[in-house]
Design a protein around this ligand. Sequence first.
Ligand SMILES: C[C@](O)(CO)[C@H](O)COP(=O)(O)OP(=O)(O)OC[C@H]1O[C@@H](n2ccc(N)nc2=O)[C@H](O)[C@@H]1O
Ligand SMILES: Nc1ncnc2c1ncn2[C@@H]1O[C@H](COP(=O)(O)OP(=O)(O)OP(=O)(O)O)[C@@H](O)[C@H]1O
Length: 311
Amino acid sequence: MKSIRLKAYAKVNLSLDVLGKLDNGYHQVEMIMQQIKLSDDVFIRWFPDEDADGISITLKTNRYYLPVDSRNLAYKAAQIMSERVGHGLKGTVRIDIKKNIPVAAGLAGGSGNGAAVLHGLNVLWEAGLNLKKLCSLGAELGSDVPFTIMGQARGNRDLIKVFGKDPMATTCALAYGTGTELKPIKPLESPILLSKPPLSVSTAEVYQGLDKEAIEKRPDNKAMEEGLLAGNIDIVKKNMVNVLEGYTLSHYKQVKETKEKMIEVCPGASVLMSGSGPSVFAVSQDREELERGYKELKEINEETYLTRTIV
Ligand SMILES: C[C@](O)(CO)[C@H](O)COP(=O)(O)OP(=O)(O)OC[C@H]1O[C@@H](n2ccc(N)nc2=O)[C@H](O)[C@@H]1O
Ligand SMILES: Nc1ncnc2c1ncn2[C@@H]1O[C@H](COP(=O)(O)OP(=O)(O)OP(=O)(O)O)[C@@H](O)[C@H]1O
């Protein structure tokens, strides 16, 4: 038996712009994504068995409501690896996921689980796929998967050994196209307060909702990138804009209330919704302010975390 244990980190969108809509219904985005320390634990084991009839996959998670078949991105990732690089292999892939990242939260939790399985089987099966190839397989799973592949290559010791010198192994990137084209950027170094109201929001619904509304304020991603490069957190804070906020905040009262509360209790922070929501996060140099905010937000939303970015 061979095994690997990987951390699948969550992401926040420091900015998110939508530039247009493609014929297939997907949207053209331009956004800056940053990996944070909040993570799921993904344990992958490979039991070779010469008598087996090909590769079988089993999956367990600590969230009873999550599917454990091909509807789960981790399971689907194992299927993709079996099809593409598993020729001639016989045995069982066992995946155990301990979820800490809130589900359907705008934090790429499921995407990260899929990414970890792609990475894990690449190592266990000695498939030798580079980051570019892993990202292209990841794009078949979901728009956020390639970024989580890059971030994990930087945030896991076993993967740093393999990809340490690859400039794509980074925890911050400008994502464009449908979100799967990535350009590494110098990461943000900051504590992060994160809070998710007890509801889930469909990403598809939010993108479709945006089609019917005018975008009021767009992020200046160039300025944000320069701020990151200069390590100037004030410039980063000033440019935190997410065009998906308009729809989610106006349709989900608890998300708006969470954002308003965070602004009230962390006046020195910049507060933004991540992805399509409903998670809201705050960036501030003042950790004590975020600690105070954590206590207040925890009273409202059980799923509240004080974490930090990974550089
Ligand atoms: C909102 C973000 O999380 C920001 O990072 C991503 O853009 C969405 O990433 P994701 O959840 O991995 O998205 P996917 O699973 O690929 O797509 C979910 C749904 O979102 C919509 N979608 C997604 C990405 C994109 N560029 N345009 C879209 O319109 C599509 O309706 C799609 O059916
Ligand atoms: N391994 C997984 N973990 C969590 N959800 C999963 C997983 N596999 C599939 N899903 C499904 O995906 C949906 C979205 O969950 P996820 O936690 O990935 O959302 P998210 O954080 O909003 O993702 P994103 O930020 O990429 O849009 C859930 O409703 C869930 O049923």
